[in-house]
Design a protein around this ligand. Structure first.
Ligand SMILES: Nc1ncnc2c1ncn2[C@@H]1O[C@H](COP(=O)(O)OP(=O)(O)OP(=O)(O)O)[C@@H](O)[C@H]1O
Length: 687
């Protein structure tokens, strides 16, 4: 057994090993990384490293070049399209589309967009808000597959799971775990995504290289943050998101608004990084709102979209010339991006317009007319461009076409994925602020209950009643605490899960098992601390067996409730609705738990058999009061010792195995249902 290997597993995200021959000398500054990036390009750095060490690249050579071509791409959605995570609506939409029904209810978002891009190039998608940039990016990235028309090819091959692995997608909102540091984020991603034939040392080195390439050294040990947690800056967050994607050396990198929220200097630096990545052989497409003139000149190609139609596609540096040739000329000095956006929204206040457009319209020219004019003009010149693009695409080498048709396989075995993901999940959940609050709450409530029920006994009927009341309260407390502790997990992690599943990082079953087990630690430890405090303060039966059996009953309640919480969360997948559903069901379980109502009418009796609180409470009673004595439980709560044979409503408190089996079966059943709900929900979710 390789002991070093074990140590590395233990301390995966701590100090990465030194890089030996790959150590990059120089300052930690971001500017230096850029310099480094261009040097990397000039010396074909990735290939050199492969020869020297083979430790930084996923592939033997530079990223497999991807020639992307999209022809006449159209995309539509139903007008009444609601939550994309609603499987029922998704199925109805799909069926309606296939039957070609409800055509008028569709909204056309992309209306015939054509273009192409090769390795080493950056294509900028520009257009006003709502014009369809993100949608086009998602269609190209294979994130929207239904209702798409047109042809999209990657080295002349259509989208498939092998192509998917070659695509990196940086979403507009950075989907990163707030509790992890920058380095942990990258290390865990590297361990989950890089192939198993790469050694740990090589994976660390790859992270190290990315950290340096993207100038993340200064914040590598800072948490990502967000919400209540103070974390890294917006620019650092964006660079971490890019690093997360380029870890696996994608050939096609798609970025949605990577500069949004950044100041112009940070945005400019980010684009320099992208330029470096493109020069290293990647194909890059980015949507961008208002780049500065300096940034604009870093793009190789430009696609301007207005209301879903293309109004310009071609070399970025020729774009001004194109609009001038149409006689759209700015009357005041304007940044090119600003000029194109004005045109794409049809606002021509400071722009002189062609005479034929002026003649056919009233003054001032309506916005719609400008957009229509631009679309028509673009259509007329589209033909020759297409021919030129075809020429580029058909030159894609044969071997690339073959190389991309690799069958999809998981990079790691189930167990390996489990080992890495459970470590990440545990670390991330342990740092959760709310989890710590739950522990404080549990300990506080235990002390409070202990003081209120100080040394309670079963000497008199009234005292017995008190103790039974305490038991039911404990039952309620752990049911609600565990349900609410679990119900938000999947709705909250939905976006992380969708993102990582789209990148094929791990199997859903691995995620589910890791999530359940890591959460279970809290669901086991917190009730244990709680019971240690409460049990002896409240004066329950003082025998070791009784203590452990009571603890076991509480743990069973907590674990079954956790399963129920997971199921409710996975079924609704929305933070607001999950809370509401959990409260309603909890109330139902509480009422039918056997304390408030015992003589439930026959037609409603089935409810109590669904309530695990009913079985949990019975189990607690049996543990505390089992023996020779028989107790009669009354409708107003409480039980009393019986001297004679039990009456009709008497519960025989011996045993308890039946309740244990029922609750174990319920815990398992809830989890199985939760897993299938999660699978169903996540597969139709989109980000
Ligand atoms: N699933 C959907 N259901 C309904 N409408 C949608 C859907 N997806 C996109 N749209 C609509 O399509 C249009 C284009 O959206 P898209 O997000 O692509 O625009 P965008 O150009 O990226 O905008 P922004 O710059 O503001 O991000 C918008 O009007 C949007 O409301």
């Amino acid at each position: 057994m390789d002991t070093r290997r074990e140590d590395e597993i233990e301390d995966m995200s701590l100090s990465p090993p030194t890089m030996g021959s790959m150590q990059i000398a120089g300052s930690n500054g971001f500017g230096h990384s850029i310099e480094f990036m261009s040097q990397a390009y000039l010396r074909n750095r990735y290939s050199e490293i492969d020869i020297e060490d083979d430790s930084t690249s996923t592939h033997k050579d530079r990223p497999l070049p991807i020639f992307l071509k999209f022809e006449d791409v159209e995309f539509k959605v139903r007008n009444s399209h609601a939550s994309s995570c609603n499987p029922l609506k998704a199925v109805v939409t799909k069926v309606a589309t296939q039957l070609k029904m409800d055509q008028d209810k569709y909204k056309q978002i992309l209306k015939g967009i054509t273009g192409s891009i090769g390795p080493g190039e950056i294509l900028a998608l520009m257009g006003p808000s709502g014009s369809g940039k993100t949608t086009l990016l998602k269609v190209i990235g294979g994130r929207l597959l239904d209702n798409v028309r047109g042809k999209i090819t990657y080295n002349d091959v259509q989208y498939n799971s092998a192509v998917k692995r070659r695509i990196g997608f940086v979403t507009q909102d950075d989907v990163l775990f707030p509790q992890l540091t920058v380095e942990e984020t990258l290390v865990f991603s590297a361990f989950l995504r890089l192939p198993s034939d790469m050694s740990r040392q090589q994976k660390y080195s790859r992270v190290e290289l990315i950290v340096k390439e993207l100038g993340l050294e200064r914040c590598r040990h800072t948490r990502i943050g967000g919400g209540f947690i103070k974390g890294i800056s917006g620019g650092e967050r964006k660079r971490t998101s890019i690093g997360y994607e380029i870890l696996v050396d994608p050939s096609l990198l798609l970025l949605d608004e990577p500069t949004s929220g950044l100041d112009s200097t940070s945005a400019n630096r980010l684009l320099l990084v992208l330029q470096g990545l493109a020069k290293a052989g990647r194909t890059i497409i980015t949507t961008i709102h208002q780049p500065s003139s300096r940034m604009f000149h870093m793009f190789d190609k430009l696609l301007v979209i207005a209301e879903g139609y293309p109004v310009y596609y071609g070399k970025a540096r020729e774009s001004m010339g194109y609009f001038s040739s149409l006689r759209f000329i700015p009357e005041i000095p304007m940044n090119p991006a600003e000029f194109f956006l004005d045109l794409a929204t049809g606002q021509v206040n400071d722009i002189s317009v062609p005479e034929d457009l002026l003649e056919s319209q009233v003054s001032p020219v309506p916005e719609k007319a400008v957009i229509k004019y631009l679309q028509l003009k673009y259509k007329n010149i589209l033909e020759p461009k297409e021919k030129e693009d075809n020429h580029i695409i058909t030159r894609a080498p044969e071997q690339l076409q073959l190389a991309i048709q690799v069958k999809k396989e998981w990079t790691l075995s189930w167990l390996d994925q489990f080992m890495i993901l459970s470590k990440r999940t545990f670390r991330e959940r342990c740092r959760d602020y709310f989890d710590k609050l739950r522990l404080v709450q549990a300990l506080g409530v235990a002390v409070l209950l202990g003081l209120l029920w100080w040394k309670s006994s079963t000497d008199t009927e009234a005292r017995l009643r008190d103790q039974v009341g305490l038991m039911f309260y404990v039952c309620i407390f752990w049911t609600s605490s565990s349900i609410f502790g679990a119900v938000y997990v999947f709705p909250f992690e939905k976006f992380y899960l969708v993102k990582e599943r789209k990148a094929d990082m791990y199997r859903l079953s691995v995620y589910y098992v890791c999530s359940t087990l890591c959460d279970m630690v809290a669901h086991v430890f917190y009730p244990t601390f709680f019971m240690v405090i409460l049990y002896f303060m409240a004066g329950f039966k003082r025998t070791v067996t009784c203590f452990f059996l009571t603890l076991f009953a509480i743990l069973l309640i907590a674990i079954t409730s956790q399963g129920a919480g997971e199921l409710f969360g996975a079924a609704v997948m929305s933070i607001q609705r999950a809370g509401m559903v959990a409260s309603l069901i909890l109330m139902l379980f509480l009422l039918t738990g056997g304390y408030y109502v015992q003589h439930i009418p026959k037609f409603m009796r089935w409810l109590k058999y669904l309530s695990f609180m009913y079985y949990g409470f019975r189990l607690l009673l049996k543990v505390q009061y089992s023996g020779d004595e028989l107790y009669e439980c009354e409708s107003k709560g409480g039980c009393r010792k019986l001297q004679t044979s039990p009456s009709f409503d008497t519960v025989n408190l011996d045993g308890g195995l039946e309740e244990v089996w029922i609750m174990l079966a319920m815990a398992l059943c809830y989890r199985l249902c939760a897993y299938f709900c999660l699978r169903r929900r996540i597969n139709v979710c989109n980000i």
